[in-house]
Design a protein around this ligand. Structure first.
Ligand code: HH2
Length: 255
């Protein structure tokens, strides 16, 4: 089974790697089409950065950023909406999104009511403070137990497509991120499809002698391959074409 690639499309001024590049609606839609041409299975449209220290975006502003982009891309590709807000998730689904990518892991009722898929991601705390000394006794076990509880609640509410995501970089140290990648198989063993997002994240900079976000492609690919080889079904990435090639190789090698 060839793994899936979710392409990141941040319609924000302040995302950590592509902030400001696609805030203009036409630029965002054009970027979405590029991601499709590069082979993205899903385009993940987000209107609020969740990088460490990010500010909350008012609901009306987030709606204004994402809805026209979702509407324009939905006829061409599967669109997910990356949001923590119920109203944004509902409106994006009405505009054609068929997957709610929920870093707060709290919006499964929206997915249940609309009959769409749902991604539950693990985050410790809030983006504003999540990197202030995160601690776990057993990071893999705690993340897994949290995600399974959320996923089971979603299934009980009637969501038919439930994904789980360890939330790399969301309230986690470099060591926590590496441990979750190494043990991604323990998440896969839950039976829920696993999606992992490492692309361009800060821990890759820390592990590559300070490479900036735009210079983390090789590290992003290495960690995407590690996640997929460990059984993850999908990776969330900024650089789609090289990841599609890598994902095909992992799929072929595993078949
Ligand atoms: N990471 C980010 C945002 N959304 N969703 C899922 N399911 N998994 C992730 O790992 C994940 C996510 C953060 O990355 P990015 O969108 O590039 O940056 P920002 O939050 O600054 O917009």
């Amino acid at each position: 089974m060839t793994p899936l690639v979710m392409g990141v499309l941040n319609v924000t001024p302040d995302s950590f790697s592509d902030g400001g590049r696609y805030l203009d609606q036409a630029a965002a839609v054009a970027r979405g089409h590029e991601l499709v041409a590069e082979g993205a299975d899903v385009v993940d449209v987000g209107g609020e950065s969740t990088r460490p220290g990010a500010e909350l975006v008012p609901e009306a502003e987030e709606l204004h950023r994402v809805l026209p982009v979702v509407e324009a891309l939905a006829p061409h590709v599967r669109v997910s909406v990356d949001t923590r807000k119920r109203a944004v998730a509902e409106a994006a689904v009405a505009a054609g999104a068929t997957l709610v990518n929920d870093v707060s892991a709290s919006l499964h009722e929206v997915a249940a009511a609309a009959g769409v898929g749902w991604v539950a991601m693990h985050m410790r705390g809030e983006p504003a403070t999540m990197q202030d000394d995160p601690r776990y006794d057993d990071v893999v076990g705690e993340v897994r137990d949290f995600l399974v509880a959320r996923a089971e609640a979603a299934v009980a509410a009637g969501v038919e497509e439930v994904w789980i995501d360890p939330g790399i970089g969301f309230g986690k140290t470099v060591e926590h991120n590496l441990c979750l990648l190494k043990h991604v198989g323990r998440l896969v063993a839950t039976g829920f499809p696993v999606v992992v997002g490492t692309s361009r994240k800060g821990f890759l900079g820390a592990l590559t002698g300070g490479a900036g976000p735009d210079d983390r492609l090789e590290a992003s690919l290495a960690t995407a391959v590690q996640a997929l080889a460990g059984g993850a079904r999908m990776v969330r990435v900024h650089e789609v074409a090289p990841t599609v090639q890598a994902a095909r190789l992992v799929g072929a090698a595993a078949s």
